[in-house]
Every structure is written in C-alpha cells, then in structure tokens.
Write a protein that binds this ligand. Structure first.
Ligand code: GLU
Length: 398
C-alpha cells in the first residue's frame, strides 16, 4: 500500500507559487532577482483597510465567526454586486471563503462528480485543472488562439460540449492573457449554457483591474435564467492588494452555496475574523486607492507591452485587464546558450532565471507552451530593469 493517496501522488505544487518561492530563495542568498512571477500587487494594503483590521483585533473580534462569513461582510458583498453589476443576491446566496482559490475549490467539491466534464479554455489559470481533477471530474481543455485574442470561439465551445458537460470556466479579465469578454461574447455563451444546461463558473477576481475604459460585464447580469446557471468566484486580493489576507467569495444558487458551506464547515471553518472586518472596509470604504493602483498598472502595461514588442521575434498582445502579459517567445526555441538548447517555455523560463535573474512563469503551466507569463504588478523601475535583462539574455542565444 502506498503512503500517499492517488490524489496526492498526482498533484504538484502550484507553479506560480513555486516560481515565487524560487525567486525569493535566490533573493535570500543575496542575488537580485527581478520577479515577474506570481501575480501579486506590489502595493501595500491601503491604510483604511489595515486600520479596520487593527480595530477588529483591539475590540477582540478574534473568535470563530459563522462558517460562511459574517453578515456584515455578506451585506457588503451584496452591495458590491448590486452597485457594480446590477445583480441582486440574498445572504443565503453568498459564501465567504479563504481566498478566491478556496472558493473555487469548495465549488468544485460541491458540484463535480466522477464522469463530469468541465470545459476550461486554455490558456487557463494554473490551478483550475488540478482543482477540477481533485473533485474527480475531467477537465476538457479548449484551446484559444493568440490571433483570436485568446478568446473562446463559439464553434470550438460547441464542439467540446457533450451530455456530460457540467460547467464552463470563464475568467475575464483572464489570468494569464489579460483578455476580456465583451457583452456580445457573453450573450452567446449564456445562450449556449441555458440551451445545453451547463453551469458557468465566472472567475471575476480581476473585474476592477481593467484598462482603456473597458466596462466589465458579469455574465450573470445578462438575465434571470443565466444568473441561475452562473456561479461567480471573486475576492478582495487583487483589487485591494490583500493577497495575504485570504478572503474570497462566491455568489450563486442557494443550493450550491449551502453545499459549499457544508464543505467549508467540515474543513476550514470560517475565514479569518480579522480579515473579514478588513474586507468590509475594503468593499465599503473609499475606493480612490483602487483607482490609483489601476492607473499605475495601466502605465506599466503600456510600457511592458511596448518593450516586449520591440524585441525581435517576440509578439505580445495588448491585454485589457488583469496585470499579466503573455508574450510569444517561441521564435527563440531551438537556440542555445553555452551548448545548452532551449526547446520550450520551461527551459526559456529557467534560462531567464539563471542567466538574467528574471523570474517568469512558463506558458506550458497555463497550457500554452509558446508563451511566457510576466506579471507587471511590480514597480516601473523593476520592469525597466527586468526588460533590459531579458533583452541582454536573448542576445546571448545563438
Ligand atoms: N493567482 C496568482 C497567480 O496566478 C497568485 C498565485 C496563485 O495562486 O496561483 O500568480
């Protein structure tokens, strides 16, 4: 009998977090690494949010809370959906969990069974397929192409549908490509979901990080019928620079939320009481810091996209959301450094880390080996230096 479960044996650590750890380990040795690795805003959590957390501690708000979150936070989330998306939810349709990832995990555990198929467009966020597999369902990867702006084509989605299709994972703005879906795209997807009776898991964590005056639309807001088939996964981490606080939330049909709450009740219990109070302030307090951060991200996006496209042989789409770029580096595959050939995105990323001391995530982890993901949620100085280093390193290849 093997020590580890089948489930554990088939699992590897999250590559985004692993690359982050690798970069930090090198930094601890005194090596200056520029990290375009994990997607984490470089900004500090806004002061009003920190103050709310300190107040919670001082007032002794340090005990268990209801498993699915305090009513005050659920009401703040309900208000957010009402104001931002025109969506009306009841408290029983909201669940607060320990981060957006935990929300997705609980959801997968609540609705998937062996034999269920879950359509995941690639490039996808690294943890979707493993979380679907942990729930014993089968990820069905549908490739999207750079020339289509990394967006799902209806004909490809239709082809992937079977009677076993339980859900489609939609992530707009997308991690890793930054592409966004417009109302017309969402309407078509909604129609298919209703017709073919599958759920749409809409990961909206990057909702507020959008550029070029793009107006985010939630697929759930397109009508009562699609709302019933949509489960929104969201969180405060990216919008409010609160990655370490671990607060995510889900909005969806009561039956699903209640099952997720049972799973949470038997596993983690409530998300941190203090972080919940901080999140109430994040959602209901002043939003100027969000604007400031997004406008800084937009300047960085403009810069990094331009720099990448100036590199011979590299091509990078201009993303309209999130804080990632997903450039195509495949024209360098086949080239060598000191007799060692670079054949894929993993070797390209290793090369950049070893020679340029720049951390990037290989595209293969997102299901697209021609590409690399760079997070530009880091300072302009770091981006400038990182891009200089990448350029220099590429010149050494032959
Ligand atoms: N979501 C972020 C990323 O893609 C954070 C790390 C993770 O949870 O994957 O880099």
């Amino acid at each position: 009998m093997s020590i580890l479960s089948r489930r554990a044996r088939s699992l590897k650590p999250s590559p985004t977090l692993a690359i982050n750890a690798k970069a930090k380990a090198l930094q601890a040795q005194g090596i200056r690494v520029i990290s375009f690795g994990a997607g984490e805003p470089d900004f500090d959590t806004p002061q009003n949010i920190k103050t709310a957390a300190i107040k919670a501690i001082e007032e002794g708000f340090t005990k268990y809370t209801p498993v699915g979150g305090i009513d005050e936070l659920k009401d703040a989330i309900i208000k957010k959906f009402q104001i931002d998306n025109g969506l009306t939810y009841k408290r029983s349709e909201i669940l607060v969990s320990c981060g957006g990832k935990h929300s997705f995990y609980n959801l997968a555990q609540a609705i998937f069974d062996q034999g269920d198929e879950v359509i995941i467009p690639s490039p996808y966020w690294v943890s979707y397929p493993p979380m679907v597999a942990l729930a014993e369902a089968s990820p069905v990867i549908v490739e999207t192409k750079e020339e289509n702006g990394f967006k799902l084509r209806m004909e490809d989605l239709k082809k992937a549908l079977t009677p076993r299709t339980k859900a489609l994972v939609l992530n707009s703005p997308s991690n890793p490509t930054g592409s966004v879906y417009f109302k017309e795209d969402l309407e078509k997807i909604a129609e298919l979901a209703i017709e073919n009776n599958f759920f749409v898991i809409s990961d909206e964590i990057y909702e507020k990080i959008v550029y070029d005056d793009f107006k985010f639309i939630s697929i759930a807001s397109l009508g009562e019928e699609i709302k019933k088939k949509t489960i929104i996964v969201h969180g405060v981490a990216k919008t409010y620079a609160m990655t370490g606080w671990r607060i995510g939330y889900t909005a969806g049909p009561e039956e699903i939320i209640s099952a997720m709450s049972n799973i949470q009740s038997q596993s983690t219990s409530n998300p941190t009481s203090i972080s919940q109070k901080a999140s109430v302030e994040a959602l209901l307090g002043p939003q100027d810091e969000v604007k400031r951060m997004v406008s800084a991200f937009e300047k960085r996006r403009n810069y990094i996209v331009q720099r990448l496209n100036e590199i011979p042989g590299v091509h990078c789409l201009n993303p309209m959301g999130a804080f990632y770029v997903f450039p195509n580096f495949s024209s360098y595959y086949g080239q060598s450094y000191q007799g060692k050939k670079i054949s894929n995105s993993t070797e390209m990323a290793d090369y950049f880390l070893e020679v340029a001391r720049v951390a990037v995530v290989p595209g293969i982890e997102f299901g697209a080996d021609q590409f690399l993901r760079l997070s530009y949620a880091t300072s302009m100085e770091e981006i400038e230096e990182g891009m200089d280093r990448i350029e220099e390193a590429l010149k050494k290849l032959s």
